[in-house]
Design a protein around this ligand. Structure first.
Ligand code: ME8
Length: 514
């Protein structure tokens, strides 16, 4: 029987500059979901990539004395490097300048034109080059772009239009019938009010610059960068290239995006799909922004945190954990290095690190590392075992609600419980009193709990999970599945734990640093 499929995407990032923590955040959420679903036996397609067309990229290239293509080829590097450093397990990396994508975009444009959903007209209005968007006069902020505050230009150009207005009622009905489509709920309400306010046909071609995919039947026009970019999600599943793959992975299970691009993903994209007669994605999850000193972190303002520096200093897993644990997915969060260090010292070094360190040290001391069999479980052991074996279900429920933070809170609840169990069971007293059978049971209970925890943190902290696996003396980490977190007494007989350097050394907090 074929496995269940799961298709998860990130936004494709503009190559006008290098990635910052905000981009890393979207990608880490997607990676965590991809890893969790793989662990749960799904056949996963995880797509990320870069958005390389449009006036903004053309301008960035010109300013650096490069051709747009040279610029894109250079700027893809920092994204791929960062994803490697962050252990991002993407299956495919799409670039919108690839032939496969150009073919799909042109074919879709033609198809929508042929069925009368794209038509030719004129566009005039206030345009912000930076945001690649026209704004109605009423939306301007003191005559400037409402998004980035830059001056806007009055543009009049011949343009092709997409008949979005035609799909307004159908989309509204879909959103109402599928409450899980747009998450969080408050974003869905915003989208519903926006659509109810009336959706205009949108301009989907430009003649004022060249860096884009040409309209197949009118090469003076290049296709609007957002029309081009959204289609990446179809190119990535082999649309018009590989029927079997498309049938398997479309519709997407989840598009991870930031709150800034909700309208594109929850209004325009579904309308394009309705026009194509394709099913809509099952879910669009809009996360909040990471802020720095109260301002949105953004490439164009230079208010950024370089993830490379954080990874070098604190390690990829700490950064991944912090970003997923610190804020609930839909909300904004202020990024400070102090907060990261507090999580590292508290949750990682004190709670998780200590649990493993203490357990391994006692194993060395009492059993030379050899993993013992458990005898009969007492009430404390039964209670910890129940909590550990019940954890997967709670984590699963949280993840399926895309409440990743809650999933982590639940794992840390059991870590806390296990630390408390050490104090309650007092293995040192058992050793002193020569109660060796009871001591074996206590140590085995701790080791099994740690094993369960290692499985369940692996989507968030893959490197740490593997190190823990190794310290438990277990092999074949890559063949671990979610089932291993639901079973007890899985540590292979005759294996021994290994002593290793602490997983998370404590970091000194320098006052005033952020
Ligand atoms: O919008 N906090 O690309 P982009 C959290 N190419 N997330 C942030 C962030 C912040 N401060 N800043 C950016 C584009 N992001 C288009 C997308 S998709 C078909 C085309 C994240 O390079 C967030 O996910 O500007 C946001 O949606 C994405 O980066 C935008 O990246």
């Amino acid at each position: 029987m074929s496995k269940n499929s799961y298709y998860v995407t990130t936004p494709i990032y503009y190559v006008n500059d290098v990635p910052h923590i905000g981009h890393a955040y979207s990608t880490i959420i997607a990676d965590m979901l991809a890893r969790y679903k793989r662990l749960s036996g799904y056949d996963v397609l995880f797509l990320t990539g870069t958005d390389e067309h449009g006036q903004k990229v053309e301008k960035a290239a010109r300013e650096r004395g490069r051709t747009p293509q040279q610029h894109c080829d250079l700027m893809v590097g920092p994204f791929k490097d960062l994803w490697e450093k962050l252990d991002i397990s993407y299956d495919d990396f799409i670039r919108t300048t690839q032939e496969r994508h150009i073919m799909v975009v042109q074919a879709i444009f033609q198809k929508l034109f042929d069925r009368g959903d794209i038509y030719k007209g004129f566009y005039e209005g206030w345009y912000c080059i930076h945001e690649e968007t026209f704004y109605p006069e009423s939306q301007l902020a003191e005559g400037c772009c409402p998004e980035c505050g830059r001056p806007v230009e009055w543009l009049r150009e011949e343009s092709y239009y997409f008949r979005s207005s035609k799909y307004q009622d159908q989309l509204l009905q879909y959103i109402k019938d599928n409450p899980g489509f747009i998450k969080p709920d408050f974003r869905r309400n915003e989208v519903v009010s926006f659509i109810e306010g009336g959706v205009q046909d949108i301009s989907v071609s430009r003649t004022t610059f060249k860096w884009g995919i040409p309209v197949p039947f009118d090469p003076d026009h290049v296709i609007y960068v957002w029309f081009d970019a959204l289609i990446n999600y179809l190119t990535g599943v082999g649309f018009l290239q590989d029927e079997e793959k498309t049938a398997k992975f479309w519709p997407a299970d989840i598009h991870i995006i930031g709150k800034d691009i909700v309208r594109f993903h929850c209004v325009i994209w579904p309308m394009m799909l309705l026009s194509l007669g394709l099913p809509l994605p099952k879910q669009v999850l809009a996360h909040g922004f990471w802020m720095l000193g109260g301002a949105k972190m953004s490439k164009s303002t230079g208010v950024v945190v370089d993830p490379n520096r954080l990874i070098e200093e604190f390690g990829a897993d700490s950064v991944r954990y912090f970003l997923l644990r610190e804020i609930a997915v839909g909300l904004d969060g202020e990024f400070t290095q102090d907060a990261l260090i507090r999580r590292l010292n508290g949750d990682l070094a004190n709670d998780l690190g200590n649990l493993i360190h203490r357990t391994v040290a006692m194993m060395m001391k009492y059993f030379d590392g050899d993993i013992p069999e458990a005898g009969g479980l007492g009430p404390l052991e039964v209670s910890l075992k129940e909590e550990a074996l019940g954890l997967q279900q709670v984590v699963d429920e949280s993840i399926n609600k895309t409440d990743i933070r809650e999933a982590l809170v639940q794992v840390w609840r059991v870590i806390g419980r296990a630390n408390k169990y050490i104090d309650e069971a007092a293995p040192w007293a058992l050793a002193r009193e020569g109660q060796s059978e009871k001591l074996k049971t206590v140590m085995r209970t701790l080791l099994e709990t740690i094993r369960v925890i290692a499985v369940l943190i692996s989507p968030v902290m893959p490197e740490t999970a593997e190190k823990i696996w190794d310290q438990l003396g277990q092999a074949n980490f890559t063949s671990v599945t979610i089932e291993d977190s639901k079973r007890w007494d899985m540590l292979a007989p005759g294996t021994s734990v290994k002593k290793a350097a602490p997983l998370f050394p404590r970091i000194e907090l320098k006052i005033g640093e952020s």
